[in-house]
Design a binder for this molecule. Structure first.
Ligand code: HEM
Length: 486
């Protein structure tokens, strides 16, 4: 392995044997202020852009200074992958985020560690595997179809379509549908209690994740008290969904073998007395999946539509592919169709390369170790770039251009030339995103439907689209009008 961690180098007992030629203090990095270091440059809603700029300047590994210590940033794909694969033993998730999530009563696999993580991971993987997504697909297709109806009605009545709002509503419908077994229909009906509660929690999560000072530990604002109430409401609501789903599964025992939602799959798994899964595990992971699955997927679709609307050649190629696959159908009703969109897959990869919604993964070392020839003491925070080499001009020429074609090959490329190995938008190793398959299915279903039915008109007078970090990275706007294709 080239200048990356080796498992043998990570053990604390082997401290005397660790081989390295530099320490964190020897690493280069951006200049900071006295006492505050780089903390101010890392605050605000665009901190990821400062970090991405430094990645270009100081890659593959550099140091930031913050009050109380240093943060190591790793962008080289091989080193990043090696670190992420050494979890949960050698690295844990960064603690600040965990505390903030816990304070909002959010728990589950994302913030679990060690044996607890192994148990939760098994539960979540069983609930989000390909079989469950496939069984859920008819419901997802129905949800996409009603969004299409809404759009066609709006256009027929001369009203504009609010793509940003509707994509978020659709992603919430899908995640609540699969994780909680309930059809909210936020696409058509805003304002249900559950939607308000999820929004409240999410907004507080974003606000606290970027707060300069954790004021809520000393006094609570009305918004904090609302969020606490929402957390309790959601928990109660999900407990009710579990009771209803259990009752339905009693009447329809085949759902145990062929679960159509994540909740059914988790209930079936937890009914095995050997499993050790409690109802609290089910509640926690159902809530977490909604938090982890809504904005990530909605923002990715929003970015993709923004990029396609500004790149008419790519949009035409994608529309031609969607027409060929969907033919007379307005959208995909058949799961098998999801395998027939190579250009859409390529456009998705290119969107992830340019505008990934989770650009960094924060981890902390559990023991002294060596990372890229650098001694890294126990409890050091490390930011791993998921963009990997995607923003490196040498690896991806015409780096800022949206070129799906760079992901399409007549023959499978050699390992070292394979662009898919150069970025990790869904993470890497044992904690790789368990929702990626669901997210990709949603993205393909919706984007193929959009391109088959509509033309995208980019509003060239709109202000430039900003990249805003609201917990996940989102576009400041989607200045795109839908026009019915003839
Ligand atoms: C485009 C959409 C998505 C992106 C870009 C994304 C990205 C990520 C990333 C970067 C991680 C961290 C992986 C690591 O630490 O190595 C992650 C973890 C996770 N994601 Fe996603 N995600 C997406 C959609 C979803 C969906 C739809 C769900 C669930 C419905 C989901 C649930 C989770 C969970 C539960 C974890 C924690 C896994 C663990 O710690 O073991 N994600 N995701």
């Amino acid at each position: 392995m080239n200048s990356t961690t080796e498992a043998s180098e990570l053990s604390a007992e082997n401290l005397g044997e660790l081989k390295y030629s530099r320490t964190i203090a020897d690493l280069s990095g951006p200049k900071g202020l006295p006492f505050l270091g780089n903390a101010l440059q890392m605050s605000g809603r665009q901190w990821h852009l400062s970090l991405a700029k430094w990645v270009r300047e100081f890659r593959p590994i550099f140091r930031l200074t913050v009050p109380g210590g240093s943060v190591v940033v790793v962008s080289d794909r091989a080193t990043a992958g090696a670190l992420l694969r050494e979890r949960p033993e050698q690295f844990r998730r960064v603690g600040g985020l965990k505390t903030i999530m816990n304070e909002l009563n959010i728990s589950g696999v994302f913030i679990a560690e060690g044996d607890d993580w192994r148990k939760q991971r098994k539960l979540v993987m069983g609930g989000l595997n390909a079989e469950v997504i496939r069984n859920f697909f008819p419901k997802m297709s129905f949800m996409a179809e009603r969004m299409l109806r809404r759009w066609k009605t709006a256009l027929a009545e001369g009203r504009p379509v609010d793509l940003r709002r509707d994509l978020k509503a659709f992603a919430l419908d899908v995640t609540v549908g699969i994780a909680m077994g309930h059809d909210l229909d936020v696409v058509n009906h805003d304002g249900s209690q559950l939607q308000r509660d999820v929004d409240n929690m999410f907004q507080r999560l974003g606000a606290r994740a970027f707060a300069l000072f954790p004021y809520w530990r000393h006094f609570k604002l009305p918004a904090d008290r609302e969020a606490d109430k929402s957390a309790a409401n959601i928990e109660q609501t999900v407990a009710g969904f579990i009771r209803n789903t259990r009752a339905r599964m009693e009447q329809q025992p085949h759902l145990r073998q062929k679960p159509t939602t994540m909740l059914e799959a988790m209930i079936a798994a937890s009914d095995d007395p050997e499993s050790g899964f409690t109802d609290q595990d089910l509640i926690n992971n159902a809530i977490l999946s909604v938090i982890g699955g809504e904005d990530t997927t909605a923002n990715t679709m929003a970015w993709m539509i923004n990029l396609l609307a500004q790149n008419p050649d790519a949009a035409s190629a994608l529309a031609a592919e969607a027409d060929a696959v969907l033919d007379d159908a307005e959208l995909a009703h058949d799961w098998e169709m999801m395998k027939q969109f190579p250009y859409l897959d390529a456009a998705h990869n290119e969107t992830q390369r340019l505008r990934t919604v989770a650009p960094f993964i924060g981890i902390v070392s559990n023991a002294d170790c060596v990372v890229a020839d650098t001694f890294v003491p126990k409890n050091t925070a490390i930011m791993v770039s998921t963009a990997g080499e995607g923003l490196d001009e040498a690896q991806f020429p015409q780096n800022d251009a949206f070129l799906p074609e760079r992901w399409i090959f007549d023959q499978k490329p050699q390992k070292e030339d394979d662009p898919a190995r150069k970025l990790i938008p869904f993470g890497d190793g044992p904690r790789l995103c368990p929702g990626r398959f669901l997210a990709l299915t949603e993205i393909k279903l919706v984007i193929s439907m959009v391109m088959h039915n509509f033309e995208l008109e980019f509003d060239t007078h709109a202000p430039p689209i900003q990249q805003i970090m609201n917990f996940f990275m989102s576009p400041s706007a989607v200045p795109v009008r839908l026009k019915l294709r003839s």
